[in-house]
Design a protein around this ligand. Structure first.
Ligand SMILES: Nc1nc2c(ncn2[C@@H]2O[C@H](COP(=O)(O)OP(=O)(O)OP(=O)(O)O)[C@@H](O)[C@H]2O)c(=O)[nH]1
Ligand SMILES: [Mg+2]
Ligand SMILES: [Mg+2]
Ligand SMILES: [Zn+2]
Length: 402
């Protein structure tokens, strides 16, 4: 019963699902139900078995339409509105009445006058960017509604064990098993969205003459991260034929200043020349400097490498994982152009497997020959040894001599 596919299937049918968040956040799990499918029985089940705070996650449109005032709003915490009861309830607290209120919150025709304030149901508004801007249960619950094409309102309540602890994973798993409730995680929901919802858009395009040849250049922007990516293609370009693609992560030191510490400039130069000599090429230049840690941190990492640490150890000492990059934006850029079959110029097996997992067919890998020098030797060595990069070394040098 694990996995988002099961969760979406159940959710669409108006059944409960369980969503864990990550250990480095609340480390809790919520029982979640599409509000439009609320029934007294289901609400009674929720109150008996989950026992946390009874909330209904809603989107901003509902909050605005129902004129639900937000009394306290801090940047990163939950956006609770005032509590509500439906106007046709009496005390508002029974399962029958909380079910009525929850269901009406999902009614697209409801208006502010349909609710009494204060009440016994606590709406909480999801961030507009969903889990891409805040990785909370509220956002996850509303995303699940969107993915399942339901009204964006979901009953949501933390699962507490017999002692009232919300962090008892074994208890949560046993509850899921006992009642056959499918389980997923906020990370999994985020991954689904990154994969399926295009987050980049084309901002501009122009002709682009270079010393290598005449290309076209496009500017793409990710409107969540605000990152801007450059894309170069040949002037005549046919996406239905296999495209020669290079996904290059920005390296100010290498690409601009021709640093000898890395192989980035050699790779970039190789591919621009390749584009000049071959048809149907695309260079996607991603705004993720220093494997995603940014320029200043990369220079800090260089300083650590001067003390003898390798490129990955330096990242770790600065508190980062080995590689913070992802290639979702590159995937959406390729989809934008209608590309599905490519030859990929890379030495990085992670890029290959990521794109293949996303349904891009990689016909072949284009190897880029690299010249080793005393400054990039250790860097290249670490990539080959630790990350299995398949680097074609030009000249006399070989890996055994490293
Ligand atoms: N954190 C960190 N980033 C680096 C360092 N040297 C280069 N980079 C960045 O690493 C990225 C390039 O990654 P590489 O591992 O060289 O190559 P790749 O993109 O994974 O694989 P290829 O497709 O073969 O180029 C660029 O974003 C560079 O800015 C370093 O020492 N530390
Ligand atoms: Mg929570
Ligand atoms: Mg590289
Ligand atoms: Zn570099």
């Amino acid at each position: 019963m694990y996995g988002l596919k099961n969760v979406i299937e159940s959710f669409k049918n108006g059944e409960f699902v369980i969503v864990f968040d990550s250990q480095n956040r609340e480390d809790e799990a919520d029982l979640i139900l599409p509000a439009q499918f609320s029934t007294p029985d289901k609400i009674s089940f929720v109150l008996n078995h989950a026992k946390g705070m009874f909330c209904v996650a809603i989107d901003k449109e509902i909050q605005e339409r129902l004129n639900l005032y937000v009394p306290y709003n801090t940047k990163d915490s939950c956006t609770f509105t005032v509590t509500v009861d439906h106007k046709d309830t009496k005390t508002g607290i029974t399962a029958i009445e909380r079910s009525k209120t929850s269901k009406e919150l999902a009614n697209p025709n409801a208006t502010a006058s349909d609710f009494k304030i204060p009440g016994h149901v606590n709406p909480v508004v999801a961030h507009e960017g969903g889990v891409l801007t805040r990785k909370g249960h509220t956002e996850a619950a509303v995303e699940l509604c969107r993915i399942s094409k339901l009204f964006p309102a979901a009953v949501m309540i933390e699962i507490l064990d017999e002692k009232g602890d919300s962090h008892n994973k074994e208890y949560i798993k046993s509850l899921a098993k006992r009642f056959s409730i499918p389980v997923t995680t906020i990370d999994e929901i985020e991954k689904y969205i990154l994969l399926n919802r295009p987050t980049v858009q084309k901002e501009a395009e122009a002709d682009f003459p270079t010393q290598y040849g005449k290309f076209k250049i496009f500017a793409f922007k990710n409107y969540f991260s605000q990152k801007e990516h450059a894309v170069l293609i040949n002037q005549t370009f046919n996406p239905s034929q296999p495209v020669n693609v290079r996904i290059h992560s920005s390296c100010k030191t290498g690409d601009v200043f021709h640093s000898l510490r890395c192989d980035c400039h050699q790779q970039l130069e190789f591919f621009l020349q390749f584009m000049a000599e071959n048809k149907n090429c695309m260079l996607i230049y991603l705004d993720q400097e220093g494997r995603g840690i940014g320029f200043a941190n990369k220079i800090k990492a260089y300083a650590l490498q001067e003390q003898g640490f390798d490129t990955y150890e330096a990242n770790n000492l600065l508190g980062f994982d080995d590689d913070l990059r992802d290639y979702f934006d590159a995937l959406h850029i390729m989809r934008f152009f209608g590309i599905s079959k490519i030859n990929l110029a890379t030495s990085n097996p992670e890029k290959v497997s990521f794109l293949q997992d996303c349904g891009i067919e990689i016909l072949k890998r284009i190897s880029i020959p690299i010249v080793i020098n005393p400054y990039n030797r250790k860097y290249i060595h670490s990539k080959i040894l630790k990350k299995k990069h398949e680097i074609l070394i030009k000249g006399e040098d070989n890996v055994e001599n490293f």
